[in-house]
Design a protein around this ligand. Structure first.
Ligand code: F6R
Length: 242
């Protein structure tokens, strides 16, 4: 696990973008894993800036989002299908057909989740998995006590995660209670991972991920065993490191 501490939150996106580009360089069809939420937005914006400037071409990339809510209208602006379209597919000029998001509205969500996992595996895994971290140490929506060997599946969101994500909805009641998420096993199969976190609110989870025991109490701590995980954080998120 490599830890990069940036002086300010503004530096995190460009530094993380450098790592993502390094991780996929030389791949004719790079496979990206995509987190949603606030943390990767500056990274996506930086990648988009480089695409616009002609410095980066991701048109051959394939991408798989980490997760999706279950029980949300797919047309809802905060469905992850829409968030990914808005923040990644369009600004990075990716073709819609090359970007997949788990289907939380499928007739058989469990079967769709298994197919999704199999599709990633059939491509040889994700080349670069972009991650954020929840204040409770989740990655994807693998909440505390998720199995380290888990694959893409349905999960229940914890009250903490629902509260954290309520800012994207009109009320806490509107926040879905379930999701489909790539599993920790799926994430660990990625060839490289770049996790971004900023702000003091993430400091405890970041310390547990980097310095705590590898434990299901903090699912992100499994990244200590990842052969190529790069953690890009600002000083505030690093403030509880020893
Ligand atoms: C979302 C995801 C989550 C978020 C985490 C942090 O796709 O995978 O693990 O990365 O909840 O969210 P933000 O960045 O909004 O603080």
């Amino acid at each position: 696990m490599e830890v990069v501490i940036c002086k300010t939150a503004e530096e995190v996106g460009p530094r993380a973008a450098d790592h993502v580009i390094k991780c996929i360089s030389g791949r004719s069809t790079p496979v990206l894993g995509l987190a949603t939420g606030s943390s990767p937005l500056s990274l996506y914006a930086e990648l988009a800036r480089r695409v616009e400037a002609g410095e980066l071409d991701l048109s051959h990339a394939l991408a798989f989002a980490l997760d999706e809510y279950v029980g949300i209208d797919p047309a809802h602006p905060e469905s992850y299908a829409n968030v990914i379209r808005r923040t990644v597919t369009e600004p990075l000029h990716l073709s819609e057909s090359r970007v997949r998001v788990p289907d939380g509205a499928a007739d058989d969500v469990a079967a769709a989740a298994a197919d999704y996992d199999a599709a990633i595996e059939a491509l040889g895994g994700v080349d670069c998995q972009i991650l954020g971290i929840g204040s409770n140490g989740h990655i994807g929506f693998n909440e505390p006590f998720s199995s380290f060997s888990s694959r893409t599946r349905i999960k229940t969101l914890t009250p903490q995660t629902r509260e954290d994500n309520a800012r994207f909805f009109n009320s806490l009641d509107e926040v879905p209670r379930h999701c489909v998420t790539q599993g920790l096993g799926t994430i660990m199969d990625s060839h490289s991972a770049v996790l971004v976190a900023t702000g003091e609110g993430k400091a405890e989870a970041v310390a547990a991920m980097i310095e705590g025991p590898v434990s299901q109490v903090c699912p992100a701590s499994i990244l200590q065993f990842h052969p190529r995980a790069i953690i890009v954080i600002d000083e505030a998120a690093a403030s509880k490191l020893q």
